[in-house]
Design a binder for this molecule. Structure first.
Ligand SMILES: CC(C)(COP(=O)(O)OP(=O)(O)OC[C@H]1O[C@@H](n2cnc3c(N)ncnc32)[C@H](O)[C@@H]1OP(=O)(O)O)[C@@H](O)C(=O)NCCC(=O)NCCS
Length: 502
């Protein structure tokens, strides 16, 4: 293969993000015919001069594609008449972002350049929210103003309370919260782009006001959903408290006039919120960005993001980890369980991660928080099971070879349980924290608008076929309606065909 040096006269990359047309060069046709494309990366000391060399054996051309920050512009492949097939966007960067950074091999998570460990130790959740959204840690005055503005927006409209009360007594709290987020859009028509036009979000005050509103109201909606399930009157927010303290107050106050939540538990939960506040382009954040690209208001964007989080593979993994620990039950059952995992009959929930191939830094902090919470709430034997399970797994060849370490969900479920939260409330807690990250991505995307998301599909359906009139159609061997037939049989009802005949 011909080589390509670092000679800048061959290629110049502009300062902007628009990738110029690709450089192409005819190559001899004598290269192996069975290979359609051949690729190799050319790196130079100057990172602005890295190139991916693509040899297209269909056309006999060689293309030099500029590499920027370890990415190439996928639209370049359109010039080659190709799409990039990436089932589930596992290796596709759909935006440039400065919010959070993960190095999965080294177990590093940073928000705006700050290590998660430092933020968890020294900052509050609201400080971190400010950092995520605006890019820098606030000064004392800025934090004061930020906190005041958010806490002023914790109250929700009486009609919203009526709406929440109208849910069934045992409604899943996540169903209530996602519905309430969508309903918020109807309570703030002045912020609705469908009514006012997308230009309203060119106004910084308008953007900030929605950020205050969302951060302020989400814990209140969550607390109402919690109180609804336990059949207690909803508490009004109390702005004498800090953000997380107020949330615990709304959950737990009964008739006490001077109820004050436990400050150590408030701080523990505040740190948990920091750990969950952002995690680059996870599924729900991608949903947030996708919704934002349509220009719809932030309440609806949050509804989409929170709905994605509701899925058991995303916000519900800690529940699965907790169930697994409960099922194992005691330390002496661990070896048998590990054998089942190694035989691939089970998965060790709360272990392994798409991005982290090392210890998830959030899991380390959560392990310490677990001790703090147990000291206050009493020790739960599941922590012994978890610690022993971790010890055995981390010294076992199966897990070492595959780089499987505890992730954030391994300890969070036990902590939430120890704090007395019902399992179906776990994703709601996640949702409160992640609202900060979702809003940071909303804010970033408003500043750097991108066209409406429109991924491609690789069509693999039928070739064009002639329309078949109903009398000439032949039934497939198994019909999607078979289940319906079985259902009718089970209920001793006549089959559908006979029903039609009557
Ligand atoms: C998160 C997860 C989906 C990431 O998966 P992934 O990076 O795509 O890893 P793979 O599924 O390709 O697995 C790689 C290997 O490790 C094994 N593996 C991965 N996670 C495992 C787990 N939790 N328990 C046992 N084996 C696991 C796989 O079986 C596979 O083994 P193989 O090479 O013999 O086939 C996966 O680790 C998992 O299901 N974990 C448990 C659920 C969980 O905790 N989810 C929350 C994530 S925050």
């Amino acid at each position: 293969m011909s080589s390509f040096g670092t000679d800048s006269t061959l290629w110049q990359i502009g300062d902007d993000l628009i990738v110029p047309p690709i450089f192409s060069e005819e190559i001899p046709r004598s290269l192996p015919e069975e290979k359609q494309l051949e690729m190799s990366v050319h790196r130079s000391a100057n990172p602005e001069q890295h190139f991916l060399e693509v040899v297209d054996h269909r056309t006999g051309k060689k293309h030099m594609i500029p590499v920027e920050e370890d990415t190439i512009d996928a639209s370049i492949f359109a010039q080659l008449g190709l799409s990039v097939y990436d089932n589930g966007y596992l290796n596709t960067a759909v935006c440039r972002s400065s919010i959070s950074y993960i190095d999965g091999d080294k177990g590093i998570l940073r928000y705006r350049g700050y290590n998660i460990e430092d933020l968890a130790m020294h900052s509050s959740f609201l400080e971190v929210s400010y950092l995520l959204i605006f890019g820098d840690l606030p000064t004392a005055d800025q934090l004061n103003m930020w906190t005041t503005r958010i806490m002023r927006h914790t109250f929700i409209h009486e009609n919203m309370i009526d709406y929440l009360r109208s849910f069934r007594y045992d409604a899943h709290p996540m169903g209530m919260v996602t519905s309430a987020l969508a309903a918020m859009s109807t309570f703030h028509p002045e912020a609705n782009t469908a009514l006012q036009g997308e230009h309203i979000y060119q106004n910084e005050n308008m953007v900030n006001k929605q950020i205050f509103r969302c951060l302020g109201k989400v814990p209140t909606l969550a607390a109402c959903a919690y109180r609804h399930r336990i059949g207690r009157a909803y508490n009004s927010p109390s702005n004498e408290f800090g953000y997380t303290e107020n949330f615990l107050y709304m959950l737990d106050r009964l008739s006490e006039n001077n109820y004050v939540p436990n400050p150590r538990l408030s701080r523990a939960l505040d740190i948990i919120f920091i750990l969950h506040a952002d995690h680059e382009l996870n599924c729900s954040t991608a949903a947030m960005r996708q919704m934002t690209s349509t220009g719809v208001d932030p309440f609806i964007c949050l509804t989409g993001a929170a709905s994605a989080l509701y899925g058991p593979s995303h916000g519900g993994a800690n529940e699965a980890a907790l169930k697994m620990l409960e099922e194992i039950g005691s330390v002496d059952h661990i070896p048998a369980f590990i054998e089942e995992v190694k035989a691939k009959k089970r998965r060790l929930m709360g272990f392994g991660h798409r991005v982290y191939k090392s210890y998830d830094p959030r899991a380390k902090i959560l392990k310490q928080i677990a001790d703090e919470v147990f000291e206050i709430m009493g020790r739960n034997n599941l922590i012994d099971v978890a610690i022993e399970l971790e010890r055995i797994a981390l010294s076992d060849e199966y897990f070492i070879k595959r780089n499987l370490y505890p992730n954030v969900d391994f300890y969070s479920g036990i902590i939430y349980k120890a704090m007395g939260f019902p399992t179906d409330f776990f994703p709601v807690l996640f949702c409160i924290a992640r609202t900060a990250g979702w809003l940071a991505h909303w804010h970033e995307q408003l500043q750097n608008p991108i066209p409406i998301f429109r991924p491609k599909q690789a069509y693999e359906g039928e070739e064009p076929r002639n329309y078949v009139p109903i009398d000439e159609r032949v039934a497939q061997e198994s019909s999607p309606l078979d289940l319906q037939e079985k259902y009718l049989l089970r209920k001793n009802l006549p089959p559908m065909k006979e029903e039609r005949d009557i």
